[in-house]
Design a protein around this ligand. Structure first.
Ligand SMILES: Nc1ncnc2c1ncn2[C@@H]1O[C@H](COP(=O)(O)OP(=O)(O)O)[C@@H](O)[C@H]1O
Ligand SMILES: [Mg+2]
Length: 237
């Protein structure tokens, strides 16, 4: 159904307010199938607001969010995982009393399309260290381990697109490197990925394109190719 020229995710001029304060002001972004895109902006710029809007946790008062041509305004929150969108929230958002495996399977259970065994094999294949802690309750994990599990949960649901909200934020360098490695390994999977980062810790080498956001609005109006930008040789996080 989706022509290759049509973006998988097309966000057009969305307006989102939080407690009647505008947080996104005409923000737009497009992601092609299989593309890895950075969303760069300092704290408070609106990155999380964008991700929460795409996932249906916040509702734009204007503008549209389309996924594979479908207007998401008509798709309930739990229906987004069923479309093949995986989300790694900034705060990880694991259910403390559930095991690692149960947390990973949460979005799979709400989707009739996904097969638990298949998704677990995929996640554990990419992250054997997560397989090793599958039976432990999330509340017993360190912050860094929770970050890996949250990525695993996003991978379980995200057969077509991943939204990763500051995945490298607040983690030790070794783990940061590991997360980047796992994300980089997805390049061959025809998976669209949006990764938000604050401009301070910013790993451009992962991205084909990046969008800069400032006070809820696009900076420069359009996306730019990372290859063409002035600082291409940043090390991984
Ligand atoms: N729970 C909240 N209550 C009040 N204001 C909020 C809340 N969450 C976000 N905001 C405001 O919305 C704007 C965008 O925040 P956010 O999307 O979290 O930015 P980022 O993720 O880029 O750091 C900021 O001005 C922030 O203060
Ligand atoms: Mg944020």
């Amino acid at each position: 159904m989706s022509a290759s020229s049509q973006p998988l995710l097309a966000v057009e001029a969305i307006e989102v307010s939080i407690q009647s304060m505008p947080a996104l002001r005409g923000f737009s972004l497009a992601v092609q199938p299989g593309e890895m895109v950075g969303l760069i902006g300092r704290n408070g710029a609106g990155k999380t607001t964008f991700m929460r809007s795409a996932m249906g946790h916040l509702t734009p008062s204007a503008g549209t969010i389309r996924f594979d041509g479908v207007d998401l305004a008509g798709v309930a929150r739990h229906g987004r995982a069923a479309l093949g969108i995986g989300y790694m929230p900034e705060d990880r958002g694991l259910v403390p009393q559930l095991t690692v495996e149960e947390n990973i399977l949460l979005p799979v259970w709400v989707s009739k399309r996904l097969k638990a065994k298949e998704r677990l094999d995929f996640v554990y294949g990419l992250m054997p260290e997560v397989a090793e802690m599958r039976g432990r309750k999330a509340l017993l994990l360190s912050g860094g381990q929770q970050k890996l599990v949250a990525l695993g949960r996003a991978l379980a649901a995200g057969t077509r697109m991943l939204l990763l909200d500051e995945p490298f934020e607040g983690v030790a360098p070794a783990l940061s490197q590991r997360l980047a490695e796992v994300i980089f390994a997805l390049k061959g999977e025809r998976l669209a990925v949006v990764i938000s980062q604050s401009d301070l810790n910013h790993s451009r080498r992962l991205f084909e394109h990046e969008y800069v956001i400032e006070r809820g609005a696009n900076v420069g109006g359009t996306r730019r190719g990372v290859e063409a930008s002035e600082a291409p040789s940043h090390p991984l996080p």
